[in-house]
Design a protein around this ligand. Sequence first.
Ligand code: NDP
Length: 244
Amino acid sequence: MKLNFSGLRALVTGAGKGIGRDTVKALHASGAKVVAVTRTNSDLVSLAKECPGIEPVCVDLSDWEATEKALGGIGPVDLLVNNAGVALMQPFIESTKEIFDRSFNVNVRAVLQVSQMVAKGMINRGVPGSIVNISSMVAYVTYPGLATYCSTKGALTMLTKAMAMELGPHKIRVNSVNPTVVLTDMGKKVSANSEFARKLKERHPLRKFAEVEDVVNSILFLLSDSSASTTGSGILVDAGYLAS
Ligand code: NDP
């Protein structure tokens, strides 16, 4: 999707791999200045070679204080993509406090924290903005072994709506993108059983999973003025799964 984000500064979390990395590349190619936030420094080094001029920030977003320190003085941001996430597989009956806390800290709490920092800056500058939260179709349907992960994405649906309601009067829009399986590192891990993956794919009306590019296109649309009247909403990139 060719959109022009020249003159705007974007912040993307989970920028090192998968959907976040391609989102940075697409925003960079569309003229935005991009702050790329992730946990593994070598990913930022290689990304900066591909996208000269990006601003790399290396931080573990599950650490509230470290995130405050790394992003507290981040300066003006117009577009925010809360993409960082972890999908830690555990049957419900074996779910642990550690996995629960880590999952909610990255997938939900960091979204609240980073969005707060960015939205305060937008409000103080009196400028409009757009925030996109990368959720999942499992905000609406369950997935085996992912009770905690599904719960984080369900929580993100309501956080997205609450943020949209409170930030709307400041002309800040907040939406989500909700993909089915995308074969990134994370997607390969959660669909590693080939027989399960084959059956799951067959349940999708389009008989396929989603491509990274499909997700990135929806992110760019929601960031852009092409979706100027859309907030508190979500785009399913699910190959029809929820219709099946
Ligand atoms: P990947 O695992 O491929 O990439 C995730 C990125 O987020 C990595 O760069 C990772 O860094 C970073 N990240 C994870 N935890 C932290 C943290 N604590 N602090 C900073 N950065 C962190 O995942 P995807 O690209 O597949 O997923 C992106 C988003 O899309 C997630 O929110 C996910 O839940 C969602 N999604 C993915 C689907 C899929 O099938 N792939 C389906 C539906 C939704 P590092 O590797 O260094 O930890």
